[in-house]
Design a protein around this ligand. Structure first.
Ligand SMILES: Cc1cc2nc3c(=O)[nH]c(=O)nc-3n(C[C@H](O)[C@H](O)[C@H](O)COP(=O)(O)O)c2cc1C
Length: 388
């Protein structure tokens, strides 16, 4: 990962099969994504040594490499933190690049991989802005751009924008109107006039029109309102294990949760795919896995962990309620640790629990991604979880 930034050498699959990136991804028995570490510390508030880096170059190389080894998607989270980030010695997540702009930067370096950016649509955006920017990104990527619509739940964030707090239900009603306005702008080939409850369009027009009707839409809610939003508008939903990050409790709680998503989507006549976010620690032996976990836990940066947990438990979001503080040191909304065989076995169980995709965090992203490519991907193919 020290070579100059180069475009991916992956073949252009759309030229070969004529499918959209989303259609191709949905054909995989288990979708595979990478959760990009565009914030310092990624998902792991530990001082243990690693090369993971929040910079554009590091993340762009990860994206290019993820595409080369056949991953379906990459994703960047968005957050707004103060001068110390989440705090601690590492000033966890103080440094971060914006996922929308990061995605735009890697668009021309890649051919096939879906690039998902998070945008807090209620922090001062107008639907016309994001319809235009999104359609542009959709064109730049040949229909590979995805928008993770988040409403924001951290009180300090809304304060940063000088806005007043918005109740939970109203946030999702606003997100729905925002999404419907973008959708009209993406689809209508005439000027749009629409006096909404929260935004207005007067003779508005967005060009270019997206390649496949509209960009890929994603959200990451857990509440009833969040799931209903997903059922109506999203192609993918990033789900959280209601039973916490430990694999067995996660596996117990996920079937009911994934069924709820499927049922709500079916009631809307839609197909919404569920993607969970495992933190993968994989080595040749269990002993090595335990050593890696121990070194991360020994390196805990307690104030950074407290800062992260404080924001997860603060506000009125419901995603992380079943998760323990201790699980946040390594991270992930489910923890998949073990040898390559054990990791694949846990993926099979997560699929059986209704997860359509894995979007993976690593501790030391670049070498861990290489190890995953060498040792885990072939076993996933053997197990029928991935096709070429
Ligand atoms: C995988 C994943 C990624 C998320 N990414 C972001 C993000 O980038 N920014 C953000 O503010 N919230 C993010 N969230 C939080 C959700 O958008 C949502 O606010 C939260 O899960 C609460 O859902 P609820 O409003 O339905 O209770 C993410 C959640 C998950 C599970």
């Amino acid at each position: 990962m020290t070579s100059p930034l180069v475009p991916s050498r992956a073949p252009d699959l759309a030229a070969r099969d004529g499918l959209s990136a989303l259609e191709r991804t949905k054909r995989q028995p288990l979708m595979l994504g990478l959760f990009l570490p565009i914030q310092n510390g990624g998902w792991t508030p530990s001082k243990a040594s690693r090369g993971t880096d929040w910079t554009f170059d590091y993340n762009a190389r990860l994206v290019v490499r993820a595409e080369e080894i056949g991953f379906d998607l990459v994703f960047g989270l968005a957050q707004w933190l103060g001068a110390d980030g989440h705090g601690g010695e590492i000033k966890y997540r103080k440094n971060s690049i914006d996922p929308l702009l990061m995605t735009s930067g890697v668009a021309a370096l890649t051919h096939n991989i879906i690039l998902i950016s998070t945008v807090h649509v209620l922090y001062g955006w107008h639907p016309l802005h994001l319809a235009k920017f999104g359609a542009t990104l959709d064109h730049m990527t040949g229909g590979r751009w995805g928008l993770n619509v988040v409403t924001g739940f951290r009180p300090n964030e809304i304060d940063m924008f000088g806005l007043d707090a918005i109740p939970h239900g109203a946030r999702y009603r606003m997100a729905a109107e925002f999404t419907e306005m973008m959708d009209r702008l993406w689809r209508d080939d005439a000027n749009v006039t629409w006096e909404g409850e929260y935004w207005s369009l007067r003779g508005a027009y967005a060009s270019p029109k997206p390649v496949h009707g509209r960009p890929i839409l994603v959200n990451a809610g857990s509440s009833r309102a969040g799931l209903e939003y997903a059922a109506k508008y999203s192609d993918l939903i990033f789900i959280t294990s209601p039973g916490g990050a430990e694999i067995n409790t996660a596996l117990e709680s996920l079937p009911a949760h994934t069924k709820q998503v499927r049922d709500l989507a079916a009631a809307e006549g839609r197909d919404v795919r569920t993607v969970i976010n495992p933190h993968v620690i994989c080595r040749d032996t269990e002993r090595e896995v335990k050593q890696v976990c121990k070194s991360i836990l020994d390196g805990e940066d307690p104030l950074a962990v407290d800062g992260l947990v404080g924001t997860m438990r603060g506000g009125d979001q419901t995603s992380w309620w079943g998760h323990e503080r201790q699980q946040r040191i390594i991270g992930g909304n489910v923890q998949v640790f073990g040898t390559p065989e054990q990791v694949v076995d846990q993926f099979i169980k997560l699929k059986a629990a209704g997860c359509d995709g894995m979007q993976i965090n690593f501790f030391d992203f670049a070498p861990d991604l290489e190890y995953f490519a060498d040792r885990v991907l072939p076993l996933m193919k053997q197990a029928g979880l991935r096709t070429d």
